[in-house]
Design a binder for this molecule. Structure first.
Ligand SMILES: NC(=O)c1ccc[n+]([C@@H]2O[C@H](COP(=O)([O-])OP(=O)(O)OC[C@H]3O[C@@H](n4cnc5c(N)ncnc54)[C@H](O)[C@@H]3O)[C@@H](O)[C@H]2O)c1
Length: 249
């Protein structure tokens, strides 16, 4: 059994990953979290990667971009592969991840659910087929989410742009901004309550509109995706992997 470390272990997702991992072929044996309100002999939570004493085979991270340097240093020093699920990385963070992936295997996706990743494929196809339709993306999340728009909304927008490179993104609209330009992709973020995550992609044409909606009703879907990704990258060669690799096997 591969030994799993959960980074951000005491967060909403970290706890779901633990539940998913104990029912998998992984053995969750340690966590790292700046919060320190739980630990037991079978699953020790450390306040820093520096204090981890167990032999770790793979890390799943749902924490914060602020944790990236510590996480990558730990993985590089110990030759441990990692699944990075945290969102809100800057361009410079993404460069660090890319650099680290020359030494270790890194699986990264802003959305670990199967449904969203199938939606991304569908959006690419529909964007080409419905050429000339106006495309807008609406995402809804709980009131604790710190980054906007969601990483998933950006993945969906990037899926459109990969097929229609002339498109550009407009984040929300306010005031007299003029009529909509045909190449805009409007991206809108709604925050409230405990919404786990909803994404809509609207294709609006003359007298007909197609709307695709993905709704996550339990964080468990992301946790199961992350655990499957961790099993997938155990023993893989250095490089960047994503949900496409996992879905295609
Ligand atoms: N890729 C996906 O499918 C997916 C799905 C859900 C959430 N997320 C992302 O995962 C991240 C966590 O989400 P959440 O809902 O569990 O948040 P959360 O706030 O409930 O949990 C984050 C945990 O990380 C810990 N943490 C924060 N900074 C840290 C640091 N520097 N070092 C160690 N621990 C630290 C916090 O104490 C907390 O326990 C967010 O970026 C969120 O957007 C991604």
């Amino acid at each position: 059994m591969a030994n799993l470390l959960i980074s951000g272990a005491l967060g909403k997702m970290g706890k779901k990953v633990y539940e998913a991992a104990i029912n998998s072929s992984l053995s969750p044996i340690a966590g790292v979290d700046i919060k320190q309100d739980f630990s037991n002999d079978n699953f020790k939570i450390y306040d820093s990667f520096n204090n981890v004493s167990e032999k770790i085979d793979v890390v799943i991270d749902f924490s914060s971009p602020k944790n990236l340097d510590n996480l990558l240093n730990f993985c590089l020093e110990n030759n441990v592969n990692a699944v990075l699920c945290t969102t809100g990385y800057t361009e410079s963070d993404l460069e660090k991840i890319e650099k680290a992936s020359s030494k270790i295997a890194i699986f990264r996706s802003f959305n670990m659910s199967l449904g969203v990743n199938v939606l991304i494929s569908a959006v690419k196809h529909v964007a080409k087929s419905l050429y000339g339709f106006d495309i807008e993306i609406i995402e809804k999340h709980h009131n604790k989410k710190v980054d906007s728009p969601s990483g998933t909304a950006l993945m969906l927008a990037d899926a459109v742009k990969s097929e229609l490179p002339e498109k550009y993104y407009v984040y929300g609209r306010e005031g007299i901004v003029g009529a909509r330009d045909k190449n805009e992709v409007g991206i809108h973020a709604i925050r409230g309550g405990n919404i786990v995550g909803e994404h809509q992609v609207v294709f609006a044409g003359e007298n007909e509109t197609l709307t695709f909606t993905h709704q996550a009703t339990d964080r468990g879907v992301f946790a199961i995706g992350a655990v499957n990704a961790a099993i997938y990258i155990c023993g893989k060669n250095a490089g960047i992997y994503n949900m496409d690799n996992l879905i295609k096997g």
